[in-house]
Design a protein around this ligand. Structure first.
Ligand code: 13P
Length: 264
């Protein structure tokens, strides 16, 4: 059974001291015996400070960005090997803010995805449609294109080693307070799993975790996680407050128990 992954994407927020404090609070408040996997994704420059706070806890470390090349003359970039060296487990690739604000393209995102996997880390590959694409009935076409392009050349072994997580984040739901309904999200998640099945076979597709992201908070986390193809949450704004993030983790614990009972 797929284990929920609850990750907090702190984006370009918090000072180093604030990041360390939040990590310390999360470490202290994380429910014991929690079956969900949890991760925090601070700004690159604060990874070390956060790592110190979560070192002896189950909370894992994620990075918001990575270079597509292994090393060399790429001023300002950080390689997957550098991230691995400081304890990073997950790397976000394809976040809509990088696609649409920074201008990262599918071919570049494919290179980044492969760089992460080649280093033995796990990619959280973000996909999602814009409002006008949803309104124009283009959602599945856009998501399908993003999945195919980003995963081109990614071997089935990487999937078998659980190095691929997908995050469905409708762009219109990010930071807007508008959440996809559980039904809208489930529809896209099922489509993504079917597409992964075409690429890697249905059995492998059943093992890949697909997170939902976009205005998630503790009040709506539980109902999203009761959907059969939603395997975790990628949380932005609400992950900046310890009680909200812990509330989301607790909702995952309850939903995980319900799902285990339902599956038997
Ligand atoms: P919000 O939860 O603030 O909508 O952000 C979602 C997101 O982009 C997580 O990566």
């Amino acid at each position: 059974m797929r284990k929920f992954l609850i990750a907090g994407n702190w984006k370009m927020n918090l000072t180093g001291a604030e990041s360390a404090r939040l990590a310390r609070e999360l470490a202290a408040q994380l429910p014991s015996g929690c079956p969900a996997e949890t991760a925090v994704i601070p700004a690159l420059v604060h990874l070390q400070a956060v790592r110190r706070e979560i070192a002896d806890t189950p909370i894992k470390l994620g990075a918001q960005n990575v270079c597509w090349e292994k090393k060399g003359a790429f001023t300002g970039e950080v390689s997957a090997a550098m991230l691995k060296e400081i304890g990073v487990a997950f790397v976000l690739v394809g976040h809509s803010e990088r696609r649409h604000i920074i201008g990262e393209t599918d071919p570049l995102l494919n290179k980044k995805t492969r760089a992460v996997i080649d280093e033995g880390l796990t990619v959280i590959l973000c996909v999602g449609e814009r409002l006008e694409e949803r309104q124009g009935n283009q959602t599945m076409a856009v998501i399908g294109r993003q999945i195919n392009a980003s995963l081109a050349g990614v071997a089935p072994q990487a999937v078998a080693k659980e190095q691929v997580v997908i995050a469905y984040e409708p762009v219109w739901a990010i930071g807007t307070g508008l959440t996809a309904t559980p039904r809208q999200a489930q529809e896209v998640h099922a489509f993504i799993r079917a597409r992964l099945g075409e690429l890697y076979g249905p059995e492998a597709a059943e093992t890949i975790r697909i997170q939902y992201g976009g205005s998630v908070k503790k009040a709506n986390a539980g109902e999203l996680l009761t959907q059969p193809d939603i395997d975790g949450l990628l949380v932005g704004g609400a992950s900046l407050a310890a009680d909200e993030f812990i509330g989301i983790v607790q909702a995952a614990r309850t939903a995980g128990t319900d799902r285990a009972v339902a599956i038997g």
